[in-house]
Design a protein around this ligand. Structure first.
Ligand SMILES: O=CC(=O)O
Length: 365
């Protein structure tokens, strides 16, 4: 399930004699190719990114040619040997073992994701310190902000207005007479919305929620972020206050050692029992046992999760048994235009890095 591709220059630029009548590459072209940097792409990424790589004339790349099955670890460790560049997605763990397997040629790592918790930054830094050139890392922030914010709002409303329960009732005979309190949920009007981790995505979510007549936005983070907060008129509060005051709590922070399971029994126990908890960041920021407890005992009213640990979440997981928990399969950035933009940015980051130029979006290690 892999294919070998050459980043072809436009055909007219190729010597006609480079291709023989059966389409096989002649020795000249093979020689030209063998000097191009080698890249491994761990997934069949959306077409815009692949087109950029193919037409760049700058790299030869091999591709794990499937989007349905991730490249097996053993295969990945084989394929990265000696590569100059690696384009990966968030399912690949880029750790010491993988970097050792790749070896000293690896100069550029480009991930088609805004999150980078699958990359061992410590190992990457260590190698950068040991090697004058170092490994440069590209990622894909901003291009997915709108899609993620849109999905977060959709998940929030689906959870708070109990849409999944409602459609289920409608099609399975539960829809009797119109009832005064049946399937009632919680509304955004006059509510306090809390954002845990205020960045571009948190701001974009708040901007979309504001027209629903939210009364107040609050947020917490490592420190106040006045510039971003001023865009949505949000007040900085402690984590405790965020839990206590929020009618809707949206988690937007990155997964780091500091945020691992930050949403736990302690946090849930301070939330109102009418509150809705939404997570579209990473599953690892939540202690799922504690969330189950909070949802099943009525400590909080509902949860909408786009991310879990593990992914996919096993279908017999206890969270799936709860009516007040809506679980999506990590689709926040899944719009055609956004996924194509992410693949194009990942490809361009990779090519810039291999040329020794500044990447469009580069992670500072
Ligand atoms: O979760 C998606 C991403 O990190 O891009």
């Amino acid at each position: 399930m892999w294919c070998r591709c050459v980043a072809l220059r436009p055909l007219q630029q190729l010597a006609v004699t480079s291709l023989n009548t059966t389409g096989l590459l002649t020795r000249n072209l093979q020689r030209e190719m063998s000097t191009l940097p080698r890249v491994y792409v761990t997934r069949q990424i959306p077409p815009e990114g692949l087109k950029i790589l193919r037409e760049s004339g700058q790299v030869q790349f091999e591709l794990w040619d499937s989007d349905d099955i991730p490249v097996p670890r053993k295969e990945l460790l084989q394929k990265v040997k000696g590569v100059d560049g690696l384009l990966c997605v968030l399912t690949e763990k880029i750790d010491a073992e993988l970097l050792d397997a790749a070896g000293p040629n690896l100069k550029v790592l480009s991930t088609m994701s805004v999150g980078f918790d699958h990359l061992s930054l410590e190992e990457l830094k260590k190698r950068s310190d040991q090697n004058i050139i170092g490994i440069r890392v590209g990622y894909t922030p901003e291009v997915l902000t709108d899609a993620v914010a849109e999905l977060t709002v959709a998940l929030l409303l689906t959870t708070s207005r109990r849409l999944i329960e409602a459609t289920h009732e409608a099609k399975t005979g539960g829809w009797g007479t119109w009832r005064t309190l049946w399937l009632c949920g919680h509304e955004l009007a006059n509510s306090t919305v809390g954002i845990l981790g205020l960045g571009r995505i948190g701001v974009a979510i708040a901007e979309r929620l504001a027209p629903f007549k939210v009364k107040k936005f609050i947020y917490t983070d490592l420190e106040p972020r006045p510039e971003l907060a001023s865009v949505i008129n949000a007040e900085y509060v402690s984590l405790d206050e965020l839990a206590k005051q929020s009618d809707f709590l949206a988690v937007c922070c990155a997964l780091t050692p500091e945020t691992k399971e930050i949403c736990n029994k302690d946090l849930f126990s301070k939330m109102k029992n009418t509150s809705i908890f939404i997570n579209t960041s990473r599953g690892g920021v939540v202690n799922q046992e504690d969330l189950y407890e909070a949802l099943s005992t009525g400590q909080i009213a509902g949860a909408g999760l786009d991310v879990t640990v593990p992914e996919p979440l096993p279908i017999n997981h206890q969270l799936f048994t709860l009516k007040n928990c809506v679980i999506l399969p990590h689709i926040a950035s899944a719009s055609y235009s956004t996924r194509n933009a992410m693949s194009a940015l990942a490809a361009n980051n990779l090519l810039c890095g291999l040329r020794g130029e500044a990447m469009i979006k580069e992670l500072k290690l």
